[in-house]
Design a protein. Structure first.
Length: 283
């Protein structure tokens, strides 16, 4: 390890000693999603306060402290403009914050996080994924189900060999595992904002089908997750359903195409059967 690397590690350890458990939890949560609004952070980590205002104040204090320590930074862009208020500020982990998290988790490998301003399309998609995760979290707090696991990219990536032996990687927007009673349900979630052509979306569905055919997921967990596409536009939802029904190499039973507002009811209710080894099976 070079002298510079040793100094960086030592600095990270010193900063880590100044942080509370909640500071670290907020830092980890922002890192998981790359970008989160103040409102997202409050709903994930400060929901236990007596009121929304009290939670917002506590959240703002933590974010302000993390900024002062240069562990996170605020994007120049504000979601919803000035009308969005401070809850619409967008946050990301700074270089020093990445080093502190690595020290906290005792992790050295992997690509280091660097501060940057994302494109609007990327940011909007990332925040839509975050909103989906927050909705799942809040429904669990309300007792709709137990939320056992949520994985974001790249932790939820699935490398596999395609039909011709070529290396491929399935990259879901989000992965979730819930439980109700004795049963677990597994989901891959895709948040569609209408920015990709329908053939591109269908091609990703084919990647899911190719990954299912390997049997790797079923061997690990016993089931293949339902792939849920969240699409706000009704015409686009119908178009994707029709494309999947026509596709000769895709089993349309693998997919559920929903309006985003239908997600929680679907996850907490009686959804279609999961698929294991090519056959429908209960979750």
């Amino acid at each position: 390890m070079s002298g510079s690397s040793r100094r960086s590690t030592a600095d990270a350890v010193r900063l880590l000693s100044r942080l509370s458990e909640r500071d670290i939890a907020v830092l980890r949560r922002i890192s998981e999603h790359r970008f989160l609004t103040t409102n997202h952070v409050r709903r994930l980590e400060f929901h236990d306060h007596a009121s929304v205002d009290a939670g917002t104040r506590a959240c703002t204090r933590v974010l302000t402290r993390l900024v002062r320590l240069r562990l996170i930074y605020r994007l120049d862009r504000q979601i919803g403009g000035v009308r969005g208020g401070s809850g619409a500020f967008v946050w990301s982990v700074d270089d020093a914050g990445d080093r502190v998290l690595r020290a906290a988790l005792n992790v050295e490998q992997g690509k280091r996080r660097r501060a940057y301003e994302p494109s609007w399309l990327f940011l909007a998609h990332t925040l839509a994924i975050a909103e989906t995760r927050v909705s799942l979290h809040e429904a669990a707090l309300a007792g709709r189900y137990d939320l056992l696991e949520v994985r974001t990219e790249p932790r939820n990536w699935r490398p596999f060999l395609g039909p011709l032996g070529t290396a491929q990687t399935l990259k879901p927007d989000l992965e979730a595992v819930t439980a109700s009673g004795e049963y677990e349900d597994h989901f891959f979630l895709e948040i569609d904002r209408g920015t990709e052509s329908l053939p591109v979306v269908t091609a990703k569905c084919l990647v899911y089908e190719q990954y299912r055919a390997t049997g790797k997921e079923q061997a690990a967990s016993g089931v293949f997750p339902v792939v849920v596409w969240l699409i706000a536009d009704a015409a686009r939802r119908e178009a994707l359903k029709e494309a999947l029904a026509r596709h000769a190499r895709i089993d349309e039973r693998l997919f559920e195409v929903l309006d985003p507002g239908e997600l929680i009811g679907f996850v907490s209710g009686d959804g279609p059967p999961l698929i294991t080894n090519g056959e429908p099976a209960s979750g």
